[in-house]
Design a protein around this ligand. Structure first.
Ligand SMILES: [Zn+2]
Length: 503
């Protein structure tokens, strides 16, 4: 923690030092859409031009604010916001992670960025595309031609949920607006086409769906339906889950609530992330079980039990598909959940290693084994670069995202991890395993309390068998529900957490 602060401070002072002799450097101009040319502040650093983001945003009607507690800049424009840290190649635009070709430079409260930054970060916020003419040092913005996205909608009715699946040629940035009996998904940077553009359904929850311009309209049949919208890749699609809010009593629908009934609390939303998938198989058991299948089966069981207990659930994958480690928390953040749980199975050279280990995020692993595990879980097929390089790159990414997203939730994450660990130790009859911290990449970008649960050792023949049993998976699911109940009870009532929960 202390070391991190030092690193950030170093990053900032380097930025200021490089920038200092260059203030009052060559000028540059900016032309807003349909406007006239304005002079903007600029710097040249190692032969590259950096323009003042503050000046360009002001011309577009937006603003930039420096937050000196996190050394980050917040950009605001229309209903969009973006956050970028000093000396890091990552920006968070609304809920999406965007990687930059060059880190930004800060000079006091003024943010300087290369022309590519305007196209990648400011473009989607302003609905414009940017062109940089190097010889005349002119940055111009013009209204972006919206790319055409073809939408194909299907609907399926499961027991308690109607699932609308929108298959798209790509998933552009989108916003969701929920009305009483409507749901609108807006794609400000895309032009949608669908045939037919309108569909009526004989479904208990969804009446109609229409695709118009940059929007998808969904008409719901009732007022008290909850909706959950999330994006998935390979193939690109957006899923809309429509569920009746779980009833908390046996009252018949439509009956007036008893006068003394307290206001029904909003259902909590939990993101469940089944580890690995697709070409990333994860660990393997001696009997041939694969972690990617075990985690998906566990998540399905946990999801069902959570549903029955009135939770809303979003999963980062539903099938045996590959989902990127950075994409998972991005999906999770878009769902605005209360918690993020990443579910994995542990592996060890020692076949007798057993029990559950619960982790929350830290850049420094709590011990060697935790560090090795994080290295293994962070590894993906595509990152075949030498370990040292990969760790260095990961560390850069860690610094900023950890600070931006997960930092403010660490104490809640730690508390949740303690509760789950105690409950699972009881389930598996283990007393020695405690909560650990490690730099898991999948937890870094989560903007909610987040933990990673290594449910059992798939390399232990007995636990491999347990993982294959539906009965065990149900016990795991019930344990998770118990842990969450403890967590939310204490979170809402602010009572201290007992070290060991008694049933
Ligand atoms: Zn794993």
């Amino acid at each position: 923690m202390l070391r991190l602060v030092t690193l950030f401070a170093l990053g900032l002072s380097t930025a200021s030092l490089t920038a200092q002799p260059l203030t009052g450097g060559p000028s540059a101009s900016f032309v807003p859409p349909g406007g006239t040319s304005l002079v903007v502040r600029s710097l040249d650093i190692q032969g590259r031009a950096f323009l003042s983001v503050n000046d360009v945003l002001a011309a577009l009607g937006g603003s930039v604010q420096f937050d000196d507690s996190t050394f980050s800049y917040e950009l605001k424009l229309k209903s969009h916001s973006a956050v970028v840290g000093v000396e890091t190649p990552i920006a968070v635009v609304d809920t999406r992670l965007v990687s930059l070709s060059t880190p930004v430079h800060g000079v006091g409260s003024t943010l300087f960025a290369d022309p590519d930054f305007f196209q990648k970060v400011v473009g989607p916020m302003a609905g414009t595309s940017f062109v940089w003419e190097r010889s005349s040092r002119l940055l111009s913005a013009r209204k972006a031609d919206l790319p055409e996205v073809v939408v194909e909608a299907t609907l399926a009715d499961f027991e308690a949920t109607t699932k609308i699946v929108l298959r798209l040629t790509e998933v552009p940035a989108f916003r969701v607006e929920k009305g009483e009996e409507t749901l609108v998904i807006r794609f400000p940077a895309a032009r949608l086409t669908a045939s037919p553009p309108e569909m009526a359904f004989d479904d208990p929850r969804v009446a109609r769906l229409a695709v118009r311009g940059s929007e998808v309209y969904v008409s719901l049949r009732e007022r008290n339906l909850s909706t959950n919208v999330y994006a998935l890749q390979t193939p690109p699609r957006i899923v809309v889950d429509v569920t009746k809010v779980a009833a908390t009593s046996g009252r018949s629908p439509g009956a007036a609530p008893p006068p003394s009934a307290p206001a029904k609390p909003q259902p909590k939303t939990i993101v469940l992330d089944p580890g690995h998938g697709g070409t990333e198989e994860g660990a393997k058991g001696p009997g041939g079980a694969m972690e990617k299948d075990a985690t998906l089966a566990l998540v399905k069981s946990i999801r069902e039990t959570l549903f029955r207990n009135g939770y809303r659930v979003v999963t980062t994958r539903e099938t045996d598909t590959t989902v990127g480690l950075d994409e998972r928390p991005a999906l999770a953040n878009a769902a605005k959940p209360d918690l993020f749980l990443s579910i994995h199975c542990n592996a060890s050279r020692s076949p007798s290693a057993h029990g559950t280990e619960v982790y929350y995020l830290s850049l420094d692993a709590s011990d060697r084994a935790a560090a090795a595990l994080a290295e293994k879980e962070n590894r993906t097929e595509r990152s075949a670069t030498p370990t040292a390089d990969r760790n260095a790159a990961l560390r850069d990414l860690d610094l900023i995202l950890w600070d931006l997203a997960q930092n403010q939730h660490l104490s809640a994450s730690a508390r949740l991890a303690e509760i789950i660990q105690a409950d699972f130790n009881r389930l598996l009859g283990v007393t020695t395993r405690g909560v650990k911290q490690a730099p898991f990449r999948v937890l870094i970008g989560a903007n909610v309390p987040a933990v990673l649960v290594e449910v059992a050792f798939i390399t232990n023949p007995e636990e491999e068998k347990k993982l294959a049993s539906e009965d065990f998976r149900r016990q795991v699911a019930e344990t998770v529900v118990g842990s969450l109940a403890t967590y939310f009870r204490n979170a809402d009532g602010a009572a201290p957490v007992p070290p060991v929960k008694t049933r």
